[in-house]
Write a protein that binds this ligand. Structure first.
Ligand SMILES: Nc1ncnc2c1ncn2[C@@H]1O[C@H](COP(=O)(O)OP(=O)(O)OP(=O)(O)O)[C@@H](O)[C@H]1O
Length: 367
């Protein structure tokens, strides 16, 4: 057996997250052959047991069929997290954070916070260190979604004597919300420069430590807060959440336009279509397209943006958010699988972005 025979055989194995083969996706590393034994590593974003099992079987079948029917195939899976730091540290107030993903939506109420929270949890389940920042200054929802209402974060001084906020840990995530610092009603009245300076301070004063990915739940729309964040921290990419409804899609287009602008130029990792369909528990094979069918999917192909996932309307998602146990931390396996799939695709396109593009620098806005 030779390495090139193994590489050829593995070209027939498909990455379920993307539909492309695992060789052209550069997932196979360190092939080592010893007598009838073949050892190699597969790097994969957020590997769950089922995906690993399927890939393992497919690799074995390909090698036995195309190379040697007596081969012993030994696959090791390694999560591929966050290879590159996003920006030169002089311009980056969060030097320990390797990647920053902003979850945005054009329209309010499309499930942006729900997606941000469950995406962060699904990413963390694959072994990466994840932070979740709720920057939704006009309606912070993470305290409620994580059962942390009324909690206050600890403070500590850094080497220069500056006060730093320590994120609160829950379900393995480091979480910080503007709702932990101010009264919920007070946050809503901030506007204009006051809101911008509050968000800037908030972002730079949190002690995140080392993170593979910081997920930011942004306020809905495309306003001053977004510009302030773009100027303050180097976003690695954005995830746009929409429902399939026309009004939501129209606003999602504004988001695509804003982040794609030449002066801003933050890569869009993809679109999440939330509330894509409803399946009643008693009729698991039926899908009802309450807000329209495939609106997010069509938007993605119209703008040549990746579709990261189509999340159904599930009562457990709404209940989880209200109860303070996001669905990925609960036990609804079908919904968890939808978010796991979303996390896998997000990691895949994050890597692709880091391979294909230069690190993002904070946006310089000429006044
Ligand atoms: N896929 C889903 N299935 C069922 N309920 C959902 C789903 N996604 C979101 N929800 C519910 O819809 C409501 C709005 O969701 P969420 O707060 O995440 O939206 P948002 O876009 O962040 O809103 P805002 O604009 O206020 O920030 C919540 O009650 C949430 O639990």
């Amino acid at each position: 057996m030779t390495e090139s025979e193994i590489l050829q055989a593995l070209q027939t194995v498909i990455n379920p997250a993307t539909g492309k083969d695992i060789i052209s996706e550069r997932m196979v590393k360190d092939i080592h052959i010893h007598n009838k034994n073949v050892f190699f590593i597969i790097e994969i974003g957020a590997p769950d047991a089922e995906t690993k099992g399927r890939l393992n079987a497919a690799c074995e079948e390909a090698i036995l069929k195309h190379v040697d029917k007596d081969a012993q195939v030994n696959v090791t899976f390694r999560p591929t997290m966050a290879k590159k730091a996003p920006a030169p540290s002089s311009a980056n107030p969060l030097p320990g954070v390797k990647n920053i993903i902003a979850v945005v939506s054009g329209k309010g109420g499309v499930g942006k916070s729900t997606v941000a929270a469950n995406l962060a949890l699904a990413l963390s389940a694959s072994g990466a260190t994840i932070g979740l920042m709720d920057a939704d200054i006009y309606g912070p929802s993470m305290p409620m979604m994580f059962g942390l209402r009324g909690e206050r974060p600890m403070m500590k001084e850094d080497e220069s004597g500056k006060g730093k906020i320590i994120p609160i840990e829950k379900y393995g995530l480091k979480i910080m919300s503007i709702g932990f610092l101010v009264d919920e009603k007070q946050a809503v009245v901030w506007r204009g420069p006051m809101a911008s300076s509050a968000i800037k301070q908030f972002v730079t004063d949190v002690e995140w430590g080392e993170l593979d990915i910081l997920v930011i739940d942004m306020p809905p729309g495309t306003g001053d807060i977004h510009l302030t964040l773009l100027q303050t921290i180097p976003l690695t990419g954005v995830v746009i959440v929409t429902t399939p409804q026309d009004v939501a899609l129209a606003d999602a287009k504004k988001g695509i336009a804003m982040f794609g602008q030449a002066q801003v130029n933050v890569p869009i990792l993809g679109i999440v279509e939330n509330m894509a369909y409803f399946t009643p528990a008693e009729l698991p094979d039926n899908k009802y397209y309450i807000f329209g069918k495939d609106g997010g999917k069509n938007l993605a192909s119209e703008y040549d943006v990746n579709l990261l996932g189509q999340i159904p309307i599930v009562q457990a998602i709404r209940e989880g958010g209200d109860k303070g146990v996001p669905v990925v931390a609960g036990d609804d396996e079908i919904t968890k699988a939808a978010f796991r799939d979303l996390a896998g695709k997000t990691i895949h396109y994050l890597h692709k972005r880091n391979d294909d593009h230069e690190p993002t620098s904070p946006v310089q806005i000429v006044e």
